[in-house]
Design a protein around this ligand. Structure first.
Ligand SMILES: Cc1cc2nc3c(=O)[nH]c(=O)nc-3n(C[C@H](O)[C@H](O)[C@H](O)COP(=O)(O)OP(=O)(O)OC[C@H]3O[C@@H](n4cnc5c(N)ncnc54)[C@H](O)[C@@H]3O)c2cc1C
Length: 215
C-alpha cells in the first residue's frame, strides 16, 4: 500500500529519488535503529537522537518519564522524525558532483502516549528486539515501577516519504575525460569484538547474538 503524499512529503528536489510505498519506507525503518526527532515547542526547535522500533504502521520511541522530549511530544505537538542509512561516499570528478549513497525516511505526525500496559510491554519488547534480536528472552523484564518510570510514545506512519540515492557519480559529460579517480567508497556499520563487563562472573559465554551481531 502506498503512503499518501502531502504538501509536506512531496519531494521538490530530485523527485525521482522519492518513494512512497510502505515496503520501501518500512525496509529502511527496519534496517536503521536511530532516529532524530524534531519538534518546536513555543517556536524553539529541538532535534533529539533516539532509538526506535516499528511495529505495523507505528513507530515507537521510549525513554525516561522525566525526558523533556517525551513530555513535550506526549502533549500532542507536531513532530518530524528522520532516519538515515549511509551506504557510501560518491566521489565525482568535480567537487560539485560529489554525493553520498543513502536511504532515508522522513515522517511527520503527532505522537501519542502508549498507556495500555500490553501495548507498552509489546513496544518495549519490539525496541529491544529491533536493536538486539534475542536479548529480551534472557534479561529480567521491567518491573511495575520501571514501567511507570518509562514513557513509550507511538508515532503513526501515515505521512512519510523515503529518499534513496544509489550508483556511481553523475559528472558533467566533459569531466569524464579527466585523469582523476572517481567511484564509490561503500560504507557500512560493523560490530566489533564484544567487550565483557568487568563485573561479569567467569563462565558466562558471549551469546551468539552479541558475538555475531550484524544489521
Ligand atoms: C544513539 C542514541 C540513542 C539514544 N536512545 C535513546 C532512547 O532510546 N531513549 C531516550 O530517552 N533517549 C535516548 N538517547 C538520549 C537522547 O538523545 C536524549 O538525551 C534524552 O532522550 C533526553 O532528552 P531530553 O529532551 O529530556 O533532554 P534534555 O536533558 O532536556 O536536553 C537538554 C539539553 O541537553 C543537550 N542534549 C540532550 N540530549 C543530547 C544528546 N543526545 N546529545 C547532545 N546534547 C544533548 C541539548 O543541548 C538539550 O537541549 C539516545 C541518544 C543517542 C545519541
Amino acid at each position: 500500500m502506498t503512503l499518501i503524499q502531502t504538501d509536506r512529503t512531496k519531494l521538490k528536489r530530485l523527485p525521482k529519488r522519492g518513494h512512497f510505498d510502505r515496503e520501501t519506507v518500512y525496509g529502511i525503518l527496519d534496517e536503521g535503529f536511530i532516529c532524530h526527532v524534531g519538534f518546536a515547542p513555543e517556536g524553539r526547535p529541538f532535534v533529539i537522537p533516539t532509538g526506535y522500533a516499528r511495529v505495523g504502521d507505528k513507530l515507537y520511541i521510549h525513554g525516561s518519564q522525566a525526558s523533556r522530549m517525551l513530555r513535550t511530544l506526549s502533549g500532542g505537538v507536531d513532530a518530524c522524525v528522520t532516519v538515515t542509512i549511509i551506504d557510501g561516499l560518491v566521489l565525482a570528478r568535480s567537487a560539485f558532483h560529489h554525493s553520498m549513497n543513502y536511504r532515508s525516511v522522513i515522517i511527520f505526525g503527532r505522537a501519542t502516549i502508549v498507556e495500555e500496559r500490553e501495548e507498552k510491554m509489546k513496544a518495549l519488547l519490539a525496541l529491544s528486539e529491533h536493536i538486539i534480536r534475542g536479548r529480551w528472552a534472557e534479561v529480567r523484564e521491567p518491573t511495575e515501577n520501571e514501567m511507570i518510570l518509562t514513557t513509550v510514545l507511538s508515532v503513526p506512519l501515515i505521512e512519510a516519504s523515503a529518499k534513496i540515492r544509489t550508483g556511481p557519480p553523475l559528472d558533467d559529460e566533459e569531466d569524464y575525460a579527466m585523469n582523476v579517480w572517481a567511484g564509490v567508497i561503500p560504507l557500512k556499520l560493523e560490530a566489533g569484538e564484544p567487550i565483557k563487563d568487568p563485573r561479569l562472573p567467569d563462565g558466562i559465554e558471549v551469546p551468539d547474538y552479541a558475538r555475531y551481531y550484524s544489521r
